[in-house]
Design a protein around this ligand. Structure first.
Ligand code: SF4
Length: 314
């Protein structure tokens, strides 16, 4: 092994930064325990770290004691979940990424105007469940080009599409092309709802792929945007592996390899990437550098309810 090239941008996006910060600040403001519905972001290290500091992760609002403090994760929640939290008199803090909230708003507006909405996304993903909950009777889920080809909808219907934020840019474009061909009157956003972070991380990986023989993606198994980075590499014929941390690197992957690319999903802390670099340093790799594609400067403020609660009384 001669060289490791780190993709840039990689790792934490503004939505993840804000969600993690929200739980940390909620612990300071309200004290332990702070409940969090689902994983705050899809990363096992982040969840473990926050658990150790007093966060309790639950699957359902029903698992939270009445009157306790509950944070909604970055992936967003359906209105029914908010109602259930209200019924239990929970103090809620909404860490939904503003870019996910934007998609919820689109779904609501289209549904109120009588549209049928095609949601391009992955069944079972929390973001898709939350968005679908905004307009369950109006939304039809499409996961693939084959789904889009098979979709049966009356042509006269008012029709729109929206997308999950963490999809493959290329695959989504192919799905939307099919929808537009089959339903020329379909309306949609100017640009798909795929967020800046997902699309920038995929572009950065594409720029790296001509130079590397193998790609390592630091991210957890349930991280949608991390899985998409692995798929981007596979689509370009480059072997790629998703690893939660340096401990998952298999030496056998590196046999006969000179140059390895490393990136990380939007929910993976940078320290895990640095651990990977140290793993390679420890094996005598002389050249570890970074290749920057786009500069990111997006920042989201923590939720307003937390800012209010943290404000000292006048
Ligand atoms: Fe928000 Fe995109 Fe990050 Fe998801 S990946 S939290 S949509 S910025």
């Amino acid at each position: 092994m001669q060289r490791v090239i780190l993709a840039s941008p990689r790792g934490y996006c503004a939505g993840v930064e804000r969600a993690v910060d929200t739980v940390e600040r909620a612990l300071q403001v309200y004290g332990e325990p702070v409940y969090v519905r689902k994983q705050i972001v899809h990363n096992s290290h982040v969840v473990r770290g926050l658990s150790e500091r007093g966060a309790i992760f639950v699957d359902s609002v029903d698992d939270v004691p009445e009157g306790a403090t509950l944070v909604f994760s970055a992936h967003g929640v359906a209105p029914a979940v908010r109602d259930a939290a209200g019924a239990r008199r929970l103090t809620t803090i909404d860490a939904t990424c503003p870019l996910v909230t934007k998609v919820h708003t689109q779904a609501r507006r289209y549904a109120e105007a009588g549209y049928t909405i095609v949601l391009v996304g992955h069944a079972g993903h929390e973001e898709v469940e939350g968005t679908t909950g905004e307009a369950p009777r109006a939304i039809v889920l499409v996961e693939s080009v084959a789904d889009a080809e098979a979709l049966q909808l009356p042509q006269a219907e008012r029709l729109a599409y929206i997308t999950q934020t963490t999809l493959s840019v290329d695959e989504t474009r192919a799905i939307v092309d099919v929808l537009r061909r089959r339903f020329p009157h379909i309306e949609g956003p100017e640009k798909e709802d795929i967020c800046y972070a997902t699309s920038n991380r995929q572009s950065a990986v594409k720029e790296l792929l001509s130079e590397v023989e193998l790609l390592l993606v630091v991210g957890s198994r349930n991280s949608s945007n991390s899985n998409r980075l692995v798929e981007v590499a596979h689509a370009w014929g480059v072997p790629a592996y998703l690893i939660d941390d340096a401990g998952e690197i298999d030496e056998a992957w590196l046999e006969g390899i000179d140059v390895v690319g490393v990136t990380s999903g939007a929910s993976a802390p940078e320290r895990l990437v640095q651990d990977v670099c140290n793993w390679f340093r420890g094996r005598g790799v002389p050249d570890i550098g970074e290749q920057r594609s786009v500069h990111e400067d997006v920042v989201f403020r923590v939720p307003v309810e937390l800012r209010r609660a943290a404000r000292p009384a006048a």
